[in-house]
Write a protein that binds this ligand. Sequence first.
Ligand SMILES: *Cc1c(COP(=O)(O)O)cnc(C)c1O
Length: 352
Amino acid sequence: MTSSAYPSPSSTTQQCEIDFRSDTFTAPTQGMRRAMAEAAVGDDVYGEDPTVNALEDYASALLNKEAALFVPSGTMSNLIALLTHCQRGDEVIIGDQYHVYCHEAGGASTLGGIVMQPLPTTPTGGLSAQQVMAAIRPADFHFARSRLVSLENTVNGVIQPQAVIDDICQRAKAQQLNTHLDGARLMHAAVASQVPVASLVQHVDSVSLCLSKGLGAPVGSVLAGSADFIARARSYRKMLGGGMRQAGIIAAAGLYALEHQVTRLDEDHTLARYLSEQLSAIESLPFDSSRVSTNMLFIDFPKHGDQHLSEYLLAQGINIGDSAAQCRLVVHLNINREIIDRTVALIKKYYA
Ligand SMILES: *Cc1c(COP(=O)(O)O)cnc(C)c1O
């Protein structure tokens, strides 16, 4: 599971109705559209949009943090977090397959002068506390100052062991380092583990949550942390051009997602497990079901160039994410059992 797992926009760009490439392909539900249409709005740059304020209050309560900030994207949310935690020349310790390190266009380094120290993660996305502690630079003018540990959960759909996350956070704190969690799909981890999401972020200083992934909102993320942290983050949001005006129209979708579309993630996980069982039963398909813990599945292609599988499926109106080495299937609210049965039948036929 390398960075190649991420679908490149050029690989399969054709839009079709059945799209397994990502849970970002969800369309707003009827209830969500209604909430957007009826949202009370104001100018959020002045802090006067009631729906944005309601979303930020809801998110901070949900995550049990003092404050939250509505931002246009997960990428901006993580960038704001890093800019708020770090000064120019400070260093962030991070996993080498984490989104902040490899899929955010190097923003923190380019715009913030922040140094990244990537550590090798396990195939399931993990870092150990020992690894992180050993990476902290000594107080010596030869080194950049280690300032932040940036973690991620889920990583490619895999729930990270909470005891390890908590341990890393506590040991980082003892060394005067802050911690940030990229929780783009953290709600998937909470629902699948049947624990309150706040318990997953108890020890992190800041957390970013995507509303536009499996939760089904068309746009937006929230960043949460202490009141002081969010007050400073607000100024970076403005600096980056993320201050929006009557943003209640889109915040309403995010609020609706958090209120009504979290518990249904269970259905996605059940369907992902079902799909995983079906794929495991195809003898000639090298499929590793042990990696499936939420809504993502990966098929590693055998050497003989099986990426034609995605072309074959696309011709049948089914879009899956692929790279040279593997393809990724993501289950979300626009995927149902019937679609999965049809897809499995086609994959079986392809490998027959
Ligand atoms: C999608 C994603 C992001 C960034 O979110 P965007 O809204 O696409 O900018 C950050 N981290 C992870 C793990 C993601 O999957």
